[in-house]
Design a binder for this molecule. Structure first.
Ligand SMILES: Cc1cc2nc3c(=O)[nH]c(=O)nc-3n(C[C@H](O)[C@H](O)[C@H](O)COP(=O)(O)OP(=O)(O)OC[C@H]3O[C@@H](n4cnc5c(N)ncnc54)[C@H](O)[C@@H]3O)c2cc1C
Length: 399
């Protein structure tokens, strides 16, 4: 008997919601299965805002994907009638040689992206909330800004349903196996089991449990988002005056922040990028945030934007799924290449790519290949590293 669906998508968060949309829009018979409700706050795609930017300090190889993600975000907004992006400008701040600034400059130059370089005086003049040291500079990008993650997920799901996808919530996948002859997969949930020609897995922080045979060491980290009411009110932090920013300190610690988008009493959101990422699982994560954590955040912000950490309002936890090289994992599953495609390990910087990841998932699931450059995200890369290390070890080589 032919499988019931062409594709089943496990996980309807940032990436899976985009995958069901693209698959359904291409005419595939799609079933999406999600452990929680639509656009929930238990994974990695909540908290009201995510930074988006193009002069990507992590690696210039991300830039073509970002350009496509911007196009697709425009399309999702138009087609869903929802407002997702607020391109209020963005700054990468620090000493000229630090990764945040030098990496951003490298991507901007390599891809000819519009940007401005600001010295400390110019930063202070244009953005009076920000207090750089004299030796700090910024790459300013007018096309950077923020995305609203819950609205994005809701918009993807809306468009997927409109295109005919069947979406089931509160229905976690409990297991799956390949059908005889590699014709597809049988996927089990507590209530049901169903078959599909292909399985797309977008598990977020549930990756280590669900993808034990993937061969990729993914570390799940607890990360905290903080909201503060600035001293003197939110006016100087409104989006027409305040850009998003990532600011790297001399010790390499990065803090980042957003403009005030939640009204006069909503405060301003800030966070550490990667610092203090305590290992956790979705079951063990400590959702309570200690006063000492908020104090540490306030102290870090006081140095760069002194009026911002006026009064602490609230904090919310979230999870990063971090790979050893902090690059994503996207491709056919190495142990099940004929039937299964994975997208995981987004290492705390994946949201801005969600729609293009959805497009890539549809390419890989339906065609087995994609024209997008995803070499950096090959799931085999850690297995290859482990084999080389083992061979060097066996030969008694230096480690
Ligand atoms: C604090 C914080 C700040 C961030 N800031 C930025 C930023 O500024 N810019 C940026 O680009 N990125 C940012 N990121 C990263 C970005 O948000 C993530 O990379 C992205 O949201 C990951 O999406 P995902 O689909 O992989 O995970 P999720 O959105 O968590 O989706 C995974 C889904 O799988 C479901 N699931 C798991 N197991 C099962 C199962 N067995 N059956 C059914 N469903 C299942 C889960 O319920 C969940 O809905 C940030 C992340 C955090 C935590």
């Amino acid at each position: 008997m032919a499988p019931t669906y062409d594709v089943i998508v496990l996980g309807l968060g940032g990436m899976g919601s985009a995958a069901v949309q693209h698959l359904a829009e291409r005419g595939a018979r799609v079933l999406g299965l999600e452990r929680f409700g639509p656009a929930h706050a238990h994974g990695s795609s909540h908290g009201g805002s995510r930074i988006t930017r193009q002069s990507y300090f992590e690696d210039p190889a991300y830039v073509p994907l970002l350009l496509r993600a911007y196009e697709l975000y425009d399309r999702v907004e138009r087609d869903s009638g929802r407002e997702i992006a607020l391109l209020c400008g963005g700054m990468m701040v620090g000493r000229p040689e630090c990764r945040t600034v030098a990496g951003a400059v490298r991507s901007a130059r390599q891809w000819g992206l519009p940007h401005e370089m600001l010295d400390a005086r110019e930063i202070r003049r244009r953005f009076p909330t920000m207090h750089p040291h004299d030796d700090e500079v910024a790459l300013y990008e007018a096309r950077a800004g923020l995305l609203r993650p819950e609205t994005t997920v809701a918009a993807h799901l809306q468009l997927a349903a409109q295109a005919g996808a069947e979406l089931r919530f509160e229905e976690p996948v409990t297991g799956w196996e390949e059908l005889a002859g590699g014709r597809g997969v049988r996927v089990h949930t507590a209530e049901n089991s169903c078959t599909a020609g292909h399985l797309v897995i977008c598990p977020g922080a549930w990756a280590p449990g669900l993808l034990a045979d993937l061969g990729v060491p993914i570390r799940i980290e607890r990360q905290v988002m903080y909201w503060f009411a600035p001293e003197g009110g939110t006016e100087p932090y409104l989006p027409r005056r305040q850009p998003v920013f990532v600011w790297e300190e001399a010790d390499g610690v990065q803090v980042y922040g957003f403009p005030a988008i939640d009204g006069p009493s909503g405060g301003v959101k800030v966070a550490f990028f990667r610092k203090n990422g305590a290992p956790c699982t979705p079951d063990t994560i400590d959702r309570a945030v200690a006063p000492a954590e908020a104090e540490e955040m306030a102290a870090a912000m006081r140095r760069v934007t002194p009026t911002l950490p006026g009064t602490f309002l609230r904090a919310v936890t979230c999870m990063y799924s971090t790979t050893p090289d902090e690059h994503f994992v996207i491709g056919r599953h190495p142990a099940h290449p004929g039937t299964t495609t994975v997208a995981c390990g987004f290492s705390g910087h994946g949201f801005k790519f969600a729609p293009v990841v959805g497009e890539i998932m549809a390419d890989l699931a339906l065609d087995g290949r994609t024209a997008h450059p995803i070499g950096l995200f090959d799931p085999h890369r850690f297995a290859a590293a482990a084999t080389t290390e083992a061979a060097v070890g066996a030969r008694g080589g230096a480690r």
